[in-house]
Write a protein that binds this ligand. Structure first.
Ligand code: GRF
Length: 204
């Protein structure tokens, strides 16, 4: 399967996918990496792996819809079977959803539906949860509201309340990378269909 991965940051999830794709049995190839900003480590990781990249910044466009159209076109140019948003910090617009909905996989560092949005780790910690974790899900038109594919649990310790969630996020990201690699590989090899709130293999 052909993957386009969209990022906004360090790209450790991207790196996990790059490493997984090195195994032909994994069944997927990253054909391009897109970002909404320059000078992020994730773009260096893509370039080191010889993967084509594109950067589209919202502020370079007169309207948000123009940016969404440009992102849709740049992604479609690589004919992806699946799009993976891994730490991509922009909400995908209607044009992108119309083109790719049902084939966009996102990873979020909390146990959805709890703590959606850009600060899932911090919000869970502030709430005083005893366990949190990460969620791999299909993207729908909402924010972190699409059908859930996989989840992983991470315990919260008293020490986590001392460093603003830094250590906790790293522990979550360690689980998240494995969850994302496994979920993307399975969907890439087996195909999938959505039945209500459930994501099922294509082959019954
Ligand atoms: C991940 O935890 C992702 O779930 C969140 O931001 C982090 C991105 O990390 N949205 P990276 O850029 O993949 O290292």
């Amino acid at each position: 399967a052909r993957l386009v991965v969209l990022i906004s940051g360090s790209g450790t999830n991207l790196q996990a996918l790059i490493d997984a794709c090195a195994d032909p049995a994994y069944g997927a190839r990253i054909v391009a990496v897109g970002a909404d900003r320059d000078s992020i480590a994730g773009l260096d990781r893509a370039e080191q792996a010889g993967i084509p990249t594109f950067v589209l910044r919202v502020k370079d466009f007169a309207e948000r819809t123009d940016w969404d159209a440009a992102l849709t076109g740049a992604t479609a140019a690589h004919s992806p079977d699946l799009v993976v948003t891994a730490g991509f910090m922009k909400i995908l617009g209607g044009g992108f959803m119309r083109r790719f909905e049902g084939r966009i996989i996102n990873t979020h560092p909390a146990l959805l539906p709890a703590f959606p949005g850009a600060h899932g780790v911090r919000d869970a910690l502030a709430y005083g949860v005893k366990v949190t974790g990460c969620t791999v899900h299909l993207v729908d038109e909402g924010v972190d509201t699409g059908p859930i594919i996989a989840q992983g649990v991470v315990e919260v310790t008293d020490a986590d309340h001392e460093d603003g969630g830094e250590a906790l996020h790293e522990r979550i990201k360690a689980v998240e990378r494995g969850l994302l690699v496994e979920a993307v590989g399975r969907l890439a090899r087996e195909g999938h269909r959505v039945q209500g709130r459930r994501v099922l293999p294509l082959t019954p």
